[in-house]
Every structure is written in C-alpha cells, then in structure tokens.
Write a protein that binds this ligand. Structure first.
Ligand SMILES: [Zn+2]
Length: 272
C-alpha cells in the first residue's frame, strides 16, 4: 500500500504535469472507478483548469478553476502513469485524464480500489486530520499537544490520523525505534525530550524513504513515467524483522499486536 512518502512523490509528479493545465478528456475505464467518478461527473470537469495539486495525509487534491476539488486516494495499488497521449494506454488504466498539452495521466490500479471523486467548491470531505510530519511547522511541541489527550500506548496513538496525518504502521514502528521509545509507552506521559526526539524521528524516517523506494524497476516503461513503479525492497530497521538482531544494540526484534496491527520493536534499546 502506498505510504505517505510515496503519495508525496506521486503528488509532486502530478503537479508538474497538471498544474495550470486544462482538462480536455476524462474517462472512467473500470466499473469501480465509475462508482466514485460517474461519466456525467467526469464530463463536468472538461474545459476546466487545474489550479493547484496538493497532498493532505494520503489524499491528493486537485483544485479546479471553479473551486471544485478532485480527490484521489490510491488505496492499495493505485499509481500514476504519465506520458504523451500518442502512446498506447498503459496496462490497468482505470481513469484517464488528458491535458491541453497532449499529456495522458492515467490512474493505473491492479486491485481497482483507488478512488477519484469530485467535490463541490467549499465542501468539507476530509476526515479530521492532525499535523503533517513533512510540514515546516512540524515539531515536538505540535506532537506533544496532539498526544496530550491520548491515555493509551504511543504506537496506536501515532496511527490516529487526528494525532499525526498519514504516518502509517510501518513508519510509526520505524520512528519509535529511531527515537528509542517502546511502543507500549504511555502516549501522554512521554517527556518533552522524548516527544521531541520522536517528532524528529517521524520526519526523518519519512524523508529517508524516497532514496530507497522511489523509482522502482517500473518507474519508466514504454514511454510512461510511473509515480511509484514497482518500488524497490525497503530495508526497515525493525518492521518485519521479528527474531532478527537489532541494528543498534543486537537484542532480538520482537513483534506484538496493538489495536489489531503488528508492531515491531527492539526489546533491548526501546524503553517504556
Ligand atoms: Zn536495539
């Protein structure tokens, strides 16, 4: 599933191709895509200029010149394939956007769970979302305030989208390892120094991700540029490494269940 860094990368790629351009063709090519973007709605955006392409959590938001917003969520397997309209359509194309400069932007999606919706100007459609770890204002103070009302353990608290927007299960575990904080530590009892370390770690693990994961084997294929491609295998510090030696202290990496999700951590150097 695309995580926050991948969605950030996809948004940047989309922005380069779409911002300031006019949509001259929009097609839904799969029944599941047509459920969220019916033909008549798709037709209603033709002739409109995309004035801004932004990301909030894992939502890509395309603002039109009439104030409407096209929401895109990749869900499990969504990706952009971008290339000239003269090329054959890419495999697994579910939604097609064509711009006035002859660029085809295809939402490709093996599992076909991705969502494209058009919202009225001013409509409130996003769930309540906390601060973004990749934003400039992100800090220990911001995170501490968000955690103040969380009485439970820190790991599930980090997955609460109202606390941190879009961190995700893998990066929450990695950030806790980086900050040497045990996933069962009480969220609102962490010291100022530890929360600051955790906030820095959350940003760090997300920023580090691109070099390892972006531009997978399929990043370009048949003339198309993919936002994510296949992705390269990421080497996580603790995620998915149950029973292996911790890279920092050598103790065994453990796995527990928290709120129905697997949590990986080092029993040696992550303290409650
Ligand atoms: Zn360790």
């Amino acid at each position: 599933m695309p995580e926050l860094p991948e969605v950030e990368r996809a948004t940047r790629l989309l922005r380069r191709s779409l911002e300031g351009r006019t949509l001259i063709d929009v097609q839904t090519l799969h029944p599941s895509a047509a459920r969220s973007l019916p033909h008549t709605v798709a037709q209603s955006v033709l002739g409109h200029v995309v004035t801004a392409v932004e990301r909030r959590a894992k939502y890509q938001l395309l603002t039109l010149d009439d104030g409407r917003v096209i929401e895109v969520h990749f869900k499990m397997t969504g990706d952009w394939a971008i290339g000239p309209v003269s090329l054959d359509p890419p495999p697994l194309e579910r939604v097609r956007l064509v711009t006035d400069d002859g660029t085809r932007i295809s939402l490709v999606d093996g599992r076909a769970f991705a969502v494209v919706r058009v919202h009225a100007a001013g409509a409130v459609f996003l769930p309540p979302l906390g601060a973004e770890p990749l934003d400039r204002d992100w800090s220990g103070a911001v995170l501490r305030e968000a955690l103040a009302r969380k009485r439970g353990p820190i790991k599930p608290a980090l997955l609460d989208q109202r606390v941190v927007a879009g961190l995700g299960n893998i990066y929450a575990a990695e950030a806790l390892w980086e900050a040497r904080i045990h996933p069962l530590a009480k969220a609102n009892r962490l010291s100022v120094a530890r929360v600051t370390r955790l906030a820095d770690a959350a940003r760090e693990v997300l920023e580090r991700a691109p070099s390892a994961r972006y531009y997978g084997k399929r990043a370009t294929e048949n003339g198309y540029t993919y936002a994510l491609g296949d992705g390269d295998d990421e080497s996580w510090r603790v995620y998915g490494r149950e029973g292996e030696d911790c890279a920092r202290c050598g103790a065994a990496v453990k796995r527990i269940e928290q709120a129905g999700r697997s949590t990986y951590y080092c029993g040696g150097c992550q303290r409650v």
